[in-house]
Design a protein around this ligand. Sequence first.
Ligand SMILES: [Zn+2]
Length: 411
Amino acid sequence: MKVIYSPQLMEEAAFRHLNHLERSGYRADYDEYHSLADPIYELPEDDREIAFEKVNKIFFIERLKLGDHVLRALEAVGLIPKRKRATRKAQLTAAALELDEAPGELAAEMGESSASIHNVPGMEGDSDEISSDDQLDPPTDNDSQIEGNTEDDKDNGEDVDDSVVAYDMIREFEERINEVHVKRAINKVDEGSNVLNRISGRPMIEMRVLASRFCNPEEAQELDAFLIQEFMHAKDMVDPEFDYEDAFIPGNPSVKNLITARFRLLWNIYVDSRLARTGIISTMPREARYREFDNFYRKIPEKQRRGIFEGIWQADKFTHEELLSMATDLESLMSKYVDDVDISEEERDYIHLQGSPCPLCKFPTYNWVDDPESICDEMVIEAIQIDFPDWENKDGGCDRCIEVYELRAGV
Ligand SMILES: [Zn+2]
């Protein structure tokens, strides 16, 4: 698998990160960046872009290790095999000692004499990983912005520890994703990921992320959670068992939006619950996710609502189709997680499940008026009851019918 970062992302992320370090009193990397970047303005105009890209890449990937967030997230969700920390660490310590003895060597590579290359205090939570494989392994690609996942076959013969137990399974996934493109998002709405070429057999993840997320090391956990959340969705999309399909969602735009929003929520819960079981922190704590769920399903009585959420949270596996049908049709969600005995006939009647028929026009209804009396004139209620003598206020109606009867009643 290849991970490719766009020049725009590397530029802005490195720039912001360095500025943040500088403001926090760590000038070394900042100064070094400028000592390399500033002379580029002396170059002929045509050569500048490539020269800047080179410097940005060195800082994004090697010096500031910002690409490690992406690699760690891919590792966490199992899209690439876990690197073996223990053995690596020993090698790294040895390598770091060598570096300490001969600081000139690495600096020479940069044509620069700064000795303080890694080890910005407090920069990363896990400073034991100051050096990554990418730096130790011989470069496999030329000077494009490619950071290969350098762990291929060579781990196979080595001692096996916990981190490689699921290697075969993970490897399958690794082969399903061909490339990961990480690009700069323009704004928050632009952020997110998608799997391209899913059908053609060379699937590629396109991830858009705000460069500002790379700026502050204290927000690294949020960045990691965001990347993991997105990669989990991408992983589902290439998992044959999940069986993702670009489904057609029926209905008018507001129905579509509602179903799409509910589908997204259910999928997020499915992602969160799996992460929670493996001890990975998600973008949102469970209670916050429940509140979101709460908002969408207010009409279901509290006890049953809890039960449904709990049921989804505990579920081991969902398919795309199951999630979508639960999002489309509340009845299927209810029947799956709520025992009939749990909910009285009367309660069930009153819920006005989205998608169930309006008692007046009989059309599947997503926008209910639960309590027409509270918003309509008495004349409207009377007009409805002339046509439907058995109808009571608590039966409610779709917003269109209520509107029609408002017109008829002349209010
Ligand atoms: Zn109606």
